[in-house]
Design a protein around this ligand. Structure first.
Ligand code: FAD
Ligand code: A2P
Length: 339
């Protein structure tokens, strides 16, 4: 039986009510269903690009916290942004952020950068008025200086990781419908493969499936299987939340980590996410055959390794790799958002 993580959540109705959702008043709403469509899995009214570059939304930072340990490679922050219920999104979508200031080269405003939303549509506080981002500071390692060159650090990620409560953030979106969960069949298995901050949409999925008292969570009977690749244990993201979800939903949630700088793959090389997935290839292929949806998010660089690994598994099984992937894409079971 599935158990919800956070039972005592009061949520007031937000200003956002999907056009096809039942209308709720402003009274306390114990069940977390005030941001659902009717039926809850109908995504036809999911909005994209409500706010565009020319008329962005101004969100307000609630908190910015470093969420990795001291030995992590780089700094990753969890940033909660208040949108007052005026910037609805659903799990798997992204927000655009316009960093303040102008480009050195031509004095034009900085381009928008996309960030996958790391919370469910209800936000971490279940009010439906906030959203969270999981952002890694982009740094530039200068080979001549043999150190980070602050003059070449990433503009937007550093802006976000340096924000303080109350700071304003210019935002666009929400963007993307590629990473949504189908939800219609509650027995659907989800296989989620992330490197680094690619975990963001999957944190939203896990919260929706296991931490909230939503119609989707109430009926979910499939298995959600999360693979996360990071450098070492200090670089793990949201591990406490995932462990709790697993403890409370042992039959429906599963996690496997690939710690590239702490573990070795079967050839004695770095344990990358594709190596970890390969360990379970038979089970994963059986699930895909059975209609599972597979998601990839994070480093663009992982995809060639993933594809080589899957092609190798297909060869061993006498399956035509290209046809196999084509079939998954055609049936909407294959979701990729890498950067
Ligand atoms: P930029 O200023 O754009 O710089 C990019 C890189 O170039 C940096 O590494 C910088 O150090 C380097 N650089 C700068 N100047 C020089 C120079 N002169 N010479 C050489 N190198 C230089 N990121 C996340 O952290 N979390 C997410 O959830 C996330 N989700 C995403 C979802 C999507 C769909 C996409 C497309 C991207 C996502 N990203 C995410 C990536 C994000 O959009 C940004 O690309 C990232 O944060 C870097 O942006 P930046 O402004 O900090 O760096
Ligand atoms: P490593 O940095 O040890 O090479 P990041 O910390 O840059 O966000 O990366 C997340 C994880 O993805 C790290 O463990 C990193 O390993 C790993 N990684 C880097 N390149 C690849 C790749 N080509 N395929 C799969 N994983 C990769």
């Amino acid at each position: 039986m599935k158990v919800v993580l956070a039972a005592t959540l009061f949520a007031t109705a937000s200003a956002f009510v999907p056009s096809n959702a039942p209308k709720f008043g402003t009274s306390l709403n114990l069940k977390q269903d005030f941001l659902e469509y009717t039926p809850y899995h109908d995504h036809s009214a999911v909005k994209v690009n409500t706010y565009k570059n020319k008329a962005p939304f101004t969100g307000k930072v609630v908190s910015t916290k470093r969420i990795v340990g001291p030995q992590a490679t780089g700094e990753t922050c969890h940033i909660i942004i208040d949108h007052n219920g005026d910037f609805p999104y659903i799990e798997g979508q992204s927000w655009g952020v316009m960093p303040p200031g102008v480009r050195e080269k031509d004095g034009k405003p900085h381009a928008v950068r996309l960030y996958s939303i790391a919370s469910s549509r209800y936000g971490d506080d279940m009010t439906g008025k906030t959203g969270s981002l999981c952002v890694r500071r982009a740094t530039y390692w200068c080979p001549e200086l043999k150190a980070d060159d602050p003059a070449k650090k990433g503009i937007c990620s550093n802006f976000l990781c340096d924000t303080q409560p109350g700071d304003e953030v210019m935002m666009t979106g929400p963007a993307g419908k590629v990473m949504l969960m189908p939800e219609e069949d509650p027995t659907t298995d989800y296989i989620m493969v992330a490197t680094g901050t690619g975990i963001a949409p999957f944190r939203g999925f896990v919260r929706r499936l296991f931490a909230e008292d939503t119609p989707a969570a109430a009926v979910y009977k499939g298995e959600a299987w999360l693979f996360l690749g990071v450098a070492n244990s200090d670089a793990l993201l949201y591990d406490d939340e995932f462990q709790l979800a697993k403890e409370q939903n042992p039959e429906n949630f599963r996690i496997d980590y690939a710690l590239s700088r702490e573990q070795e793959n079967k050839n004695g090389g770095k344990m990358y996410i594709q190596d970890k997935v390969e360990e379970y290839a038979d089970e994963i292929f059986a699930k895909l055959d059975n209609g599972a949806h597979m998601y990839f998010c994070g480093l663009k660089g992982m995809m060639p390794g993933i594809q080589d690994m899957l092609a190798g598994v297909c060869e061993g099984k006498g399956i035509d790799y290209n046809e196999f992937i084509k079939g998954l894409k055609k049936k909407g079971q294959w979701h990729v958002e890498v950067y």
